[in-house]
Design a protein around this ligand. Structure first.
Ligand SMILES: [Ca+2]
Ligand SMILES: [Ca+2]
Ligand SMILES: [Ca+2]
Length: 242
C-alpha cells in the first residue's frame, strides 16, 4: 500500500467513525504527490461528507522587506498566472524582482508552473522633491519631517540645514537662529602696484603652494585680505604677481 492508498483508506475509516457525530469538523491531510514539484492536500472531511481534492498545488513564497506584495494568495493550481503588484513602505521605492523572477515589471506576471520564491526588492527613496537637502527616506523614516515642505517647522531654516546643524526640523523652538560661532582669521596685507593683479597662495610646508585667491587688482598701495583659519589653522601665505 502506498501513501495515497493509505490515506484513502484512512479517509473511509474516518467517514464511518464520523457519521453519528452531530458537529461539523474538517481536516486537511497532506500526502505525497505524483509530481515531486508540488504538494498535494487532498482530503477534506466535513461532517458526514467527504470532499476529495485531488488537484496538485504549487506554492509561491514572497519576500518583501520594506514593502508588501499583492495579491496575498500563495497557493495556486499549476499553470495559473498571477499578477504581483509591489507596494513600498513610506520612504521606500520598489526597485526590482529577484529569485524566480527578474526585472522591474510592475505589475509582474508570473506563471505558477512550479513552486517559486520571489523577492521584491525595495530601496530607500533618495529623491528630494522639496530641495531641502534631505531625501524622502530621511524625512519620512529618520527625521519625521515633511518631504513636501522645505521648512517643516516654519522657523526660517530648511530641514536639511537644521539636521546638519544639530537642530530639530520639526520644532520651531529648536532653531539655528540661536547659534553663534566665532572663528579666528588671519589678515594678509601686501603692496600691490597699480595696474597689476596678484594672487595669494598658501602652504603648510613651504614646498607645495595652493591658490587661495586670484585676480586681486593692485591699487598702488596696500591690499588687505582676511582668510579664515578654521579649516587649516597653521599655514604660510605669500602674494604673487600674476
Ligand atoms: Ca527633502
Ligand atoms: Ca522637507
Ligand atoms: Ca525649519
Amino acid at each position: 500500500m502506498n501513501l495515497r492508498q493509505f490515506h484513502q483508506l484512512s479517509a473511509v475509516i474516518a467517514t464511518v467513525w464520523l457519521l453519528p457525530a452531530p458537529l461539523a469538523r474538517a481536516t486537511w491531510v497532506s500526502a505525497e504527490s505524483s509530481n515531486t514539484n508540488v504538494e498535494t492536500r487532498w482530503i477534506l472531511i466535513e461532517s458526514s461528507n467527504i470532499l476529495v481534492d485531488t488537484r496538485d498545488y504549487v506554492y509561491l513564497a514572497v519576500n518583501a522587506l520594506h514593502g508588501s506584495v499583492l495579491p496575498p494568495e500563495r497557493q495556486f493550481v499549476p499553470n495559473t498566472t498571477v499578477e504581483l503588484t509591489p507596494t513600498p513602505d513610506l520612504g521606500y521605492l520598489f526597485s526590482k524582482w529577484t529569485g524566480d523572477a527578474t526585472g522591474n515589471a510592475n505589475p509582474l506576471s508570473v506563471l505558477m508552473d512550479f513552486n517559486k520564491t520571489i523577492n521584491a526588492i525595495f530601496v530607500q527613496d533618495s529623491r528630494d522633491p522639496d530641495g531641502d537637502g534631505l531625501t524622502n527616506y530621511q524625512e519620512i523614516v529618520v527625521y519625521g519631517s515633511n518631504p513636501a515642505l522645505w521648512d517643516t517647522d516654519e522657523d526660517g531654516f530648511n530641514d536639511g540645514y537644521e539636521v546638519n546643524s544639530g537642530y530639530s526640523p520639526t520644532s520651531a523652538t529648536s532653531t539655528p537662529e540661536t547659534s553663534l560661532v566665532i572663528y579666528t582669521a588671519v589678515e594678509i596685507r601686501f603692496g600691490a602696484a597699480l595696474g597689476q593683479s596678484y594672487r595669494v597662495e598658501s602652504s603648510t610646508d613651504l614646498q607645495t603652494w595652493t591658490m587661495v585667491e586670484e585676480h586681486i587688482a593692485g591699487t598702488g598701495g596696500t591690499v588687505a585680505r582676511l582668510y579664515s583659519i578654521q579649516e587649516i589653522p597653521k599655514r604660510y601665505f605669500r602674494s604673487v604677481r600674476e
